[in-house]
Design a protein around this ligand. Structure first.
Ligand code: NAD
Length: 372
């Protein structure tokens, strides 16, 4: 099997596989060809790939020679029928791209559709990237905050620890709790899933519970849309806690839907001057009413950062995790002779295959896009 690694468009610093993982792929019998300069923004150069036995070429050559093309984001290019493309898909945003790939007879593997099961844990790119986001979001907030995170007792008096409010305790939120606690902040946390309560506590966060949350066992561990009554109660409680907070890290999302609106304009107005909101849900509409995706704004002396692409700001380790997750997926995609085999009887592959032979495959994708 020949695996082509494509260069990302401007604005994305990650590469889908670093030389270390390319070397491991080679050992499993996979030929790797990388588009010239694809790793540069992640500090991996063509010579590093060549040193581990990969080859390089321009985009046209990589596409021509490859059975499967790997990238971080859905790629542009002149692909041929039957070719397999593998990237993060963001189905709701890339509906037209998916439809075009389907009509050309391409097979698309969506790394963000990999089922969140124990067996698939080592391939879970969403968790890896959320770990990077949670970490970076806290560091970014700490650098913007005009106050300390930890408590200080010095001859100049006592400085109280910063109060960090975390909305959503998924993978990014839990990482944010851990880092904020390591920096010495006191941390409060909201989530609609009661299952995370113990994890929040064990990381040293205080879980704020709003009664009456809807949970759905069939949602695969994800949150579901809440009732109007719950939303009102939650907003009131969030407003109270936000007034006391120095930092809010907002991570709440519902897969395939707009992010829940948790911080209203009025809440922002009541926050302390100098406070910081980092909205990781910016790309799916934001948890804060004032968030501007991809932008940092200051309203009433509150800094609001609308940013969902922190992994691109930490491209070395983000790419390392990305490539290593992909490598684990490749292990179930090739047969003993090293040939590519999209075996739809494997539940992970079936869940990850967005389109194949001109048809929409993944049930979750069909739900997200409302396809019968
Ligand atoms: P996510 O990015 O979809 O959402 C982030 C968090 O926001 C979630 O915890 C969600 O409950 C919360 N949220 C949604 N609406 C909210 C609201 N109105 N108010 C407050 N919080 C709200 O989540 P994620 O990080 O991708 O992970 C979701 C879950 O998936 C995990 O916690 C876990 O159950 C499951 N998961 C399983 C595996 C595995 O077994 N391999 C790996 C990772 C995650």
């Amino acid at each position: 099997m020949v695996l082509g690694i494509l260069k990302e468009a401007a604005g994305e610093n990650r590469v889908a596989m670093l030389p270390g993982e390319a070397a491991a792929a080679k050992k499993s019998g996979i030929e790797v060809i990388i588009e010239n300069g694809a790793g540069e923004r992640s500090f991996a150069y063509d010579c590093d790939y060549i040193a581990v036995g990969a080859s390089t070429g321009d985009r046209k050559t990589v596409i021509e020679k490859s059975d499967m093309l790997l990238s971080v984001n859905p790629p542009a290019g002149d692909f041929r029928e039957g070719q397999v493309l593998c990237s993060v898909l963001n189905p709701v945003e890339n509906r037209a791209w998916i439809e075009s790939a389907r009509s050309k007879g391409l097979t698309v593997l969506a790394l963000d559709l990999i089922p969140r099961t124990t067996r698939a844990q080592a391939m879970d790119i969403l968790s890896s990237m959320a770990t990077v986001s949670g970490y970076k979001a806290v560091l970014h907030a700490a650098s913007l905050l005009p106050r300390f995170f930890p408590m200080f007792m010095s001859a100049a008096g006592t400085i109280r620890p910063a109060k960090v409010l975390i909305l959503g305790a998924g993978v990014a939120g839990l990482q944010a709790i851990a880092i904020a606690r390591k920096l010495g902040a006191s941390v409060e946390v909201f989530d609609v899933r009661s299952a995370v309560k113990e994890e929040v506590k064990s990381l040293g966060g205080k879980f704020i519970e709003v009664e009456g949350a809807l949970e759905d066992a069939s949602a695969g561990g994800y949150a579901v849309e809440q009732t109007e009554e719950f939303k009102r109660k939650q907003q009131e409680l969030i407003q109270q806690r936000a007034e006391a907070a120095d930092v809010i890290i907002a991570t709440a999302q519902i897969p395939g839907k707009k992010a829940p609106l948790l911080i209203l304009k009025e809440t922002v107005k009541k926050m302390k001057p100098g406070s910081v909101i980092i909205d990781l849900a910016a790309s799916t509409g934001g948890n804060c009413e004032l968030t501007k995706n991809g932008d940092t704004i200051v309203v009433n002396n509150i800094t609001i950062v609308g940013k969902s692409d922190y992994p691109s700001d930490m491209p070395s380790d983000a790419s390392k995790m990305f490539g290593s997750n992909v490598l684990n997926l490749l292990k179930i995609l090739i047969d003993r002779e090293g040939r590519l085999n999209v075996n739809l009887e494997d539940e992970i592959i079936a869940g990850t295959t967005a389109v194949h032979n001109g048809c929409y495959m993944s049930q979750r994708l069909k739900q997200m896009l409302n396809i019968q």
